[in-house]
Design a protein around this ligand. Structure first.
Ligand SMILES: [Zn+2]
Length: 423
C-alpha cells in the first residue's frame, strides 16, 4: 500500500465517520467541567473510556486528583515522526444561568447549532481531535510514526497542572508537531500568539499634610509621570518579523471580517494597558503610596528583550518608582514556512475549496507550551460564537471539516509530505 492508498482509506473513513464529532461534542457538553472549580474527573473518565474503546492506549496523569489529564497513543506499524493532538477538558464557568436561553449543559442541537458551555471553547475542536485520533488508529497498519492525543485540565486558570505539567514531566509528549482544536474558523488557522507580561509599578514617598504640596513629593503624581512614559510603549513600532507582517497582510480582510475591524492591527502591534490603580489615603493628605498594574502585549515573533530594554530605559528616568513582574508569557510563533503550516494550509484549502489563511491568535492557548520547546504548533477549530458568554454555540456543519483537516494534516505530516503525490 502506498501513502496515497492509505489516504484513500482515510478519506473513506472520514466520509463515513467525521460527523460522529457532532454527537461526541454534544455528549461532552453534557458533562460539566467548569473552571473554577476545575474538577474534570467526570469528563476525563468519559474521554478515557471513549479513546480506549477506539483502540488507543490510554493513561491518566493526575498531579492534582481533581484535575486529571488523559494521554492516549496509537503507534503506527511504520517508522516515522510523532504528531500530538492537544485540547483542554475544562471550560469557563456558566456564570449567570438566567441569561441562557438554552441549558448550558444540554448539548442541544437546533437550527444547525450546538449550544452549551464549552461548545466552542473547546469541546467542539476537542471532539474533532478525538475522532481524528481514532480514525488514524484504524489505519495503524499503514501509519508511519505515532499519534498521541493529550486531553488536559487546568487550561482556563493557567495550565499549571495541565499542559505545562505534562510537558515538564513527559518529554515523550513534546512530539514533532502539535495540532490543537481551539476555536479558529473554517477560514483561518493559527500559527502564533501574542506575548503577555504583567507588571506592578509602585511609588512610596514620605507623604504629608495636604497644605504642604510644594515641599512634599506626591506618590500618585510620581506614578502618573511614570505611566505617561510606560503607555508610550503602545505607540512604538514593534520589530515584527517580515514573515508575520506579510502573513497577516494576506489574511487582513478575512481576519478583520471574522474578528472585527482592527483585529489585524491588534495582532501586529505592541500594547500597554493600565489595568488597576490604587493610592492615597484621604483628600487632604499628600499620598505616600501609589501603585498601578500594567499589561504589556508583544506581537508574535517579537522577543521579550524588546520590552525589557524599553522598561530599563523608562525606569532609569523614574528613580522614585520600583517595578515587580507578576506574570510573563512570551509571544510564540511557528514558522509560516514550516512543513506543518504548508501541509495544514493545503489540506484545509482542499477540504474547504476556498482560501484558508495562517494567522495569529489574539488570545492564548496551550500551543505556546509546545512552541516554547521548539515544536511547530497550529490551531484549527470551529468558529466561536458567544465564547465565554450565554448561549455559546458552534455551527455543527463545521465540525466534520475540522475532523478531516486535522486527520489528513496529521497523516500527511507523518508521511513527510509533500512526498505524497498531489491529487
Ligand atoms: Zn480554550
Amino acid at each position: 500500500m502506498t501513502p496515497k492508498d492509505t489516504e484513500t482509506r482515510l478519506r473513506g473513513l472520514l466520509k463515513a465517520e467525521a460527523e460522529r464529532a457532532i454527537d461526541l461534542c454534544a455528549r461532552m457538553v453534557r458533562i460539566p467541567s467548569e473552571n473554577p472549580p476545575g474538577d474534570t474527573r467526570d469528563i476525563a473518565r468519559f474521554s478515557h473510556e471513549y479513546l480506549e474503546g477506539a483502540g488507543l492506549e490510554c493513561r491518566t496523569v493526575a498531579p492534582q486528583e481533581h484535575m486529571p489529564n488523559v494521554v492516549a497513543t496509537v503507534k503506527g506499524d511504520l517508522p516515522g515522526p510523532h504528531v500530538v493532538f492537544n485540547g483542554h477538558l475544562d471550560t469557563f464557568p456558566v456564570a449567570d444561568r438566567s441569561r441562557w436561553n438554552y441549558d448550558p449543559f444540554g448539548g442541544r442541537i437546533e437550527g444547525g447549532r450546538l449550544y452549551g458551555r464549552g461548545a466552542c471553547d473547546m469541546k467542539g475542536g476537542l471532539s474533532a481531535s478525538m475522532i481524528a485520533a481514532s480514525l488514524l488508529a484504524r489505519v495503524r497498519d499503514q501509519l508511519p510514526g505515532r499519534v498521541t492525543i493529550t486531553l488536559v485540565s487546568d487550561e482556563e486558570t493557567g495550565s499549571r497542572w495541565g499542559a505545562r505539567y505534562l510537558l515538564e514531566t513527559h518529554q515523550d509528549l513534546w512530539g514533532d508537531a502539535l495540532i490543537n482544536g481551539e476555536p479558529s474558523s473554517p477560514f483561518n488557522f493559527r500559527v502564533g500568539e501574542k506575548g503577555m507580561f504583567w507588571f506592578r509599578f509602585r511609588s512610596l514617598t514620605p507623604g504629608g499634610h495636604g497644605a504642604y504640596v510644594k515641599i512634599r513629593q506626591n506618590a500618585i503624581q510620581v506614578v502618573l509621570n511614570l505611566l505617561r512614559d510606560l503607555l508610550a510603549f503602545g505607540d512604538r513600532r514593534a520589530p515584527v518579523p517580515r514573515v508575520v507582517v506579510e502573513m497577516m497582510n494576506e489574511a487582513h480582510q478575512c481576519f478583520d471580517g471574522l474578528l472585527g475591524p482592527g483585529a489585524t492591527d491588534a495582532c501586529l502591534s505592541a500594547s500597554a494597558n493600565v489595568g488597576t490603580i490604587a493610592g492615597g489615603t484621604v483628600v487632604n493628605m499628600v499620598p505616600e503610596h501609589c501603585e498601578v498594574e500594567v499589561d504589556f502585549r508583544l506581537p508574535a515573533g517579537v522577543p521579550e528583550q524588546y520590552l525589557r530594554d524599553f522598561l530599563a530605559e523608562v525606569m532609569i528616568k523614574h528613580p522614585g518608582c520600583d517595578m515587580e513582574q507578576l506574570h510573563a508569557t512570551p509571544a510564540t510563533l511557528t514558522d509560516p514556512g514550516s512543513l506543518l503550516v504548508s501541509v495544514a494550509r493545503r489540506t484545509a484549502e482542499e477540504i474547504r475549496s476556498h482560501p484558508v489563511y495562517p494567522t495569529i491568535s489574539i488570545g492564548g492557548t496551550d500551543c505556546r507550551h509546545w512552541r516554547l520547546r521548539g515544536v511547530p504548533a497550529i490551531v484549527y477549530g470551529p468558529h466561536q460564537h458567544n465564547m465565554g458568554s450565554a448561549d455559546e454555540y458552534i455551527e455543527v456543519a463545521e465540525l466534520p471539516d475540522v475532523v478531516a483537516m486535522q486527520t489528513l494534516t496529521a497523516y500527511r505530516f507523518l508521511t513527510g509530505w509533500p512526498s505524497v503525490p498531489r491529487r
